[in-house]
Design a protein around this ligand. Structure first.
Ligand SMILES: [Zn+2]
Ligand SMILES: [Zn+2]
Length: 380
């Protein structure tokens, strides 16, 4: 446990002790109370105190915090927002320091100052558009309607009634910033903050505009024509520059981002620019080969099935996939072959297949009915 004794007192030093003084005192005292060298009662406790004091005082940062805040400053207690720390004034638990620092100084420890009266760009807006699978492939033009803020047409954005003008704020003299003084455990702290009289505008509207009630912006429902690019994919977005919210103090409009959701297809599977389909062919087509027509997202395409095609064989139809978003050309379509086994055969077909078996030199025992039908017959 941390000792309650003053660290300077433990080392027999005063508060102005130099780093060298601390080193010397530590060497002397740690030797004097070392448990291997000193078996007197209480020596071990003293040795621990000496180490604890040295741990803090030989580190300029820890020493400075100890000087200002005492042990609370080095062991994470008393509202320092850190966990209780290790026994020799370990600073790992002291993470709260920067937090409280930010609380006191308004987080103003990083970044440049922003002039609250300067032009501010408007917020960007998101719009989710759901389109069909085929529209994503061919592209289309469509209208969207949404609400955004626009610069008030009556006052031009300054919020003042027609014929009047905003006046300079007398509290901040037009800067939009004011200085407040806090009493903290660091002493008196001055902090720059946004003016509370004009909300940082630097001006005050005495006679608010009737259209926007002094806001300078009004909500407006607008309809836009959107060109959906051919080949757009799920989750992709396009940006419509300047179609977001109105800026402030003469700043530009934000942008509108349209995010696309693509509905799935019953016939096609899409991965990027590749289209995947499954095509059923007969056993005879697979064995003998054939020329077939395959459905594509653009219509149909010819596919040559070579003799001896196996189940799950894959064929690529070049250029039958999704158009590339950037640049010319299209992806491919990948066709997977399924071989259909007929569920029922007529007498002629059976005869032909039996001849086929004989011609192959095989001997088989054809089953008239399938397993479940035979089971049903057995059970009556
Ligand atoms: Zn207005
Ligand atoms: Zn002000």
């Amino acid at each position: 446990m941390a000792s309650n004794r003053d660290y300077y007192e433990v080392l027999g030093l005063d508060r102005n002790a130099s780093e060298k003084d601390i080193q010397q005192a530590y060497r002397k005292l740690s030797k004097k109370y070392h448990p291997d060298l000193n078996k007197a009662p209480g020596a071990e406790q003293k040795f621990k105190e000496v180490n604890e004091a040295y741990e803090v005082l030989h580190d300029p940062q820890k020493r400075s915090r100890y000087d200002q805040f005492g042990q609370a400053g080095v062991n994470g207690q008393q509202g320092f927002n850190g966990q209780a720390s290790g026994q020799y004034g370990d600073f790992n638990g002291f993470g709260g320091f920067s937090d409280i620092f930010n609380d006191f100084f308004g987080g103003g420890t990083s970044g440049g100052r922003v002039d609250p009266t300067g032009p501010k760009r408007g917020q960007d807006l998101d719009y989710t558009m759901t389109i069909s699978f085929m529209d994503a492939i061919t592209g289309k033009t469509t209208d969207i309607t949404y609400t955004r803020s626009e610069t008030c047409p009556t006052c031009g954005g300054n919020g003042a009634q027609k014929g009047t003008h905003p006046i300079t704020c007398d509290k901040c003299h037009g800067t939009g910033m004011m200085t407040v003084t806090h009493q903290t455990m660091f002493g008196m702290v001055q902090q720059e903050t946004v003016c509370d009289k004009c909300s940082g505008q630097g001006t005050i509207v005495e006679h608010p505009c009737e259209t926007c009630h002094g806001e300078g912006v009004v909500d407006h429902k607008q309809t836009l024509e959107v060109k959906v690019p051919a080949g757009i994919d799920n989750g992709q977005q396009i940006r419509l520059s300047g179609q977001g919210e109105a800026g402030r103090n003469g700043g530009p409009y934000g942008d509108l981002y349209i995010v696309f959701r693509i509905q799935p297809s019953h016939e096609f599977v899409r991965r990027g620019t590749t289209i995947y389909t499954q095509v059923p062919i007969s056993f005879a087509q697979a064995a003998l080969g054939d020329e077939i027509k395959v459905k594509t997202v653009h219509g149909t395409a010819d596919l040559n099935i070579p003799a001896g095609t196996q189940p799950s064989a894959k064929f690529t139809l070049r250029g039958q996939g999704v158009p590339y978003l950037h640049g010319n050309g299209k992806g491919d379509q990948e066709v997977t072959i399924n071989i259909d086994i007929p569920k029922k055969l007529n007498a002629k077909q059976k005869e032909a297949l039996v001849s086929y078996v004989k011609a192959s030199g095989d001997n088989i025992t054809p089953q008239e009915k399938n397993f479940f039908e035979r089971l049903k017959d057995k059970l009556g």
